[in-house]
Design a protein around this ligand. Structure first.
Ligand code: GDP
Length: 336
């Protein structure tokens, strides 16, 4: 793998997040020059220690001048925009910030990349982390790149606008692509997402540190993949000769209830219902019923998921059990 890739300079926004972390680690392992943008100066030491070799720039997607400085300093050949709160639930509490960071932030980066490419004559390839949320509550499943985008959440609307601007800049001549990412998880996923909330709670219940878990809508169907596979997809997408948009998904839908059952099975608990209750406050104002993607176009680039749904759940529960082993018992619940 290492020898097949040309050497290039990559710049990542969102490098402290799940995907940014996995992508930076992978690119560094391949010997690429990797730059990361962080918003908060206080995380510089910890991220440098975790990802040796990463070159860090402090900038904010809401601050154009800081982005221009970071782009000038990094002079990237490839720019991955992975930044912004990924929490759909939180986007209802902060719709303006969501629009600014995710929507306008992407435009700031696209404009800066275009300007630098024009000035230097060096091609910049741009990947936007788009989201299945751009489809809203789609009438058809699985969704493909041809499914109409019709968001129903502030997060989805901001991602939709960013996605459209990628297409606008592609039309103008920038190598710009949108990776339409379905839910993707790992032990690095925060517990604000249901998958990690469940695995952290199940591990804690198995070790007697928690007695109960509250959830919202358990009937929602999601297409859960493994984050390192999705990072692999992003790299393949920018390796392609021509820029296109791609669905990144496993093609398999499972309900939140399926996830629960599977996670409790890992720790040998069958009567899982007695540990779980529904909290109406955790229901969303709008929630897509079934997000499942058809990644046929991406598979043509040689991509396929390496981890099944069961393996994903098992990996995450096991990581949470290991983490509990390493931490002293404390009273308290897993919140999300
Ligand atoms: P999303 O698909 O990007 O919004 O990812 P999440 O992991 O946040 O949510 C996936 C699905 O789980 C959504 O349909 C949520 O409504 C549902 N869900 C049910 N209970 C919870 C919960 O306690 N926390 C979260 N985050 N989601 C929940």
């Amino acid at each position: 793998m290492t020898d097949q890739h040309p050497r290039y300079r990559a710049l990542l926004t969102g490098v402290t997040g799940q995907d940014g972390w996995y992508l930076a680690r992978r690119l560094l392992a391949e010997g690429q020059e990797v730059h990361g943008i962080v918003r908060d100066e206080s995380v510089v030491d910890s991220i440098s220690a975790e990802l040796p070799g990463l070159q860090i720039h402090v900038a904010d997607l809401r601050d154009n001048d800081s982005l221009l400085r970071a782009l000038d300093a990094a002079a990237p050949d490839r720019l991955f925009n992975l930044a912004g709160s990924t929490s759909v639930a939180r986007s209802w509490e902060a719709p303006v910030e969501t629009a600014d960071t995710i929507g306008i932030g992407a435009v700031r980066l696209l404009a800066a990349a275009w300007e630098q490419q024009e000035r230097t004559g060096r091609e910049i390839r741009f990947l936007q982390a788009s989201s299945a949320e751009v489809f809203g509550d789609p009438a058809t499943a699985p969704q493909s790149e041809r499914t109409p985008r019709n968001p129903i959440t502030p997060y989805g609307a901001a991602k939709d606008f960013a996605h459209t601007m990628v297409q606008v800049y592609r039309h103008r001549g920038l190598y710009a692509t949108a990776a339409i990412l379905y839910n993707h998880e790992s032990p690095r996923r925060p517990t604000t997402f249901v998958a990690r909330k469940i695995t952290a709670a199940v591990a804690a219940i198995a070790r007697g540190r928690l007695d109960h878990l509250s959830l919202g809508n358990m009937d929602a169907l999601r297409d859960w993949g493994y984050a390192p596979d999705y990072v692999d997809a992003m790299m393949r997408i920018l390796d392609a000769p021509e820029p296109h948009d791609y669905i990144v998904a496993t093609g398999n839908a499972h309900s939140v209830r399926d996830f629960l059952r599977e996670a409790f099975a890992v720790v040998g608990i069958d009567d899982w219902e007695s540990y779980v209750s529904v909290d109406p406050n955790l229901y969303r104002p709008a929630d897509p019923r079934a997000l499942v993607g058809d990644a046929a176009r991406l598979r043509e680039l040689g991509w396929e998921p390496t981890v099944s749904f069961s393996e994903l759940v098992r990996t995450m529960v096991q990581a949470d059990l290991d983490e509990l082993e390493a931490t002293p018992a404390l009273d308290g619940e897993v919140h999300a």
